[in-house]
Design a protein around this ligand. Structure first.
Ligand code: HEM
Length: 328
């Protein structure tokens, strides 16, 4: 009897302790601003419609900004902070030099500040803009859980160390994704974002001219496609030339990325690498058939929600920045 009552007293305490010791995942919520800024998502959508209709090629960059934010210090808008006298920020790290769309983010944030001051975080703005960029490029939609707070730290070194490089193979990609709580399926699905946008020649030139330092082309790249790429990208040092990553439909969010990869026409080594692992290859080949566009669209929304949860800060942590490029 004594043991039983002792257990009755101790069990709830043990459970409480356990709950306290788990790294309680910060909770985001769909509709988080429904009371504090009910029009937040409509304001973002209205601005995004104007931004994308004026510059359709911004859909890719705005999607990429959210990814580069989430993979360094979690989705806390650290990617948006400017370098200061005493700190080189993520924006100025090498892999981030090709990011675009910062002024569009500031424009959307200014609209939100006018409607609901000090309420909507820059990290949430990035997540909503990324979703809307996909929708406006004719891709899927998904409900975006919100309630992220903005961080106060941004480090170029961290960005350089933690973002996946274009030359990454499956073991490295898997490792980087796993360190963000994302699995091999998320890798196959989120790589599909390369259906949108363009890339600078140095991101893939070594595959054309200097593969593994051997002055030859990457054998995993379709040779006809390599010839075509060489007519645009003239040398490893050509920093000016841009190529469509999904030629012919780089402004449309569709499944042709997977058809390109399946035909050994993925632009980066990281895209080609998807054919070297049994799980990612099966995914690529399945979506490439064109019979499962709805599956990819659903998967993409789910993986984006997962990515949008990476390392978020909520509650009383961090702050709601007034301007996204500078801490309050
Ligand atoms: C799997 C690992 C990934 C690697 C190695 C990678 C690498 C790259 C590189 C090298 C570029 C071209 C940069 C340039 O030369 O201008 C690029 C562009 C892009 N990436 Fe990725 N990426 C990866 C995953 C992702 C993910 C997860 C997303 C979004 C969910 C994404 C979205 C984009 C978009 C939309 C562009 C085009 C940007 C533009 O048009 O300016 N990427 N990526």
């Amino acid at each position: 009897m004594a043991i039983k009552s002792c257990l009755l007293v101790l069990l709830p305490i043990a459970l409480l302790l356990l709950a306290g010791s788990s790294p309680a995942a910060a909770q985001l919520q769909v509709g988080y601003y429904s009371k504090t800024c009910p029009n937040a998502e409509a304001i973002v959508r209205g601005e995004m419609e104007k931004i994308i209709s004026a510059a359709p090629s911004l859909a890719g960059p705005l999607l990429r900004l959210h990814f580069h934010d989430c993979f360094v210090r979690g989705c806390d808008a650290s990617v948006l902070l400017n370098t200061t006298d005493s700190n080189l920020s993520e924006r100025d790290a090498k892999p981030n030099k090709s990011l675009r769309g910062f002024s569009s983010v500031e424009r959307v944030k200014a609209k939100l500040e006018a409607a609901c001051p000090n309420t909507v975080s820059c990290a949430d703005v990035l997540a909503i803009m990324a979703r809307d960029a996909v929708v406006l490029a004719k891709g899927p939609t998904w409900p975006v859980p919100l309630g992220r707070r903005d961080g106060k730290v941004s480090s170029a070194t961290e960005a350089a160390d933690q973002l996946p490089p274009a030359f990454a193979d499956i073991p490295l990609l898997t490792k980087i994704f796993a360190s963000n709580g994302l699995d091999v399926k998320d890798l196959a699905v989120l790589s599909g974002a390369h259906t949108l946008g363009t890339a600078h020649c140095p991101s893939y030139a070594s595959r054309l001219y200097d593969f593994s330092g051997a002055h030859s082309a990457d054998p995993s790249l379709d040779s006809e496609y390599a010839d075509r790429l060489r007519t645009r990208c003239k040398s490893v040092g050509d920093t000016a030339t841009l190529s469509e990553m999904d030629p012919g439909s780089y402004r449309t969010f569709d499944t042709s990325y997977y058809r390109n990869v399946a035909k050994r026409r993925g632009l980066f080594q990281s895209d080609a690498a998807l054919l070297t692992d049994v799980n990612t290859r099966e995914y690529v080949q399945r979506i490439a058939t064109g019979k499962f566009d709805d599956v990819f669209f659903k998967d993409f929304g789910e993986s984006m929600v997962k990515m949008g949860n990476v390392g978020v800060i909520t509650g009383a942590e961090g702050e709601i920045r007034k301007k996204c490029y500078i801490v309050n």
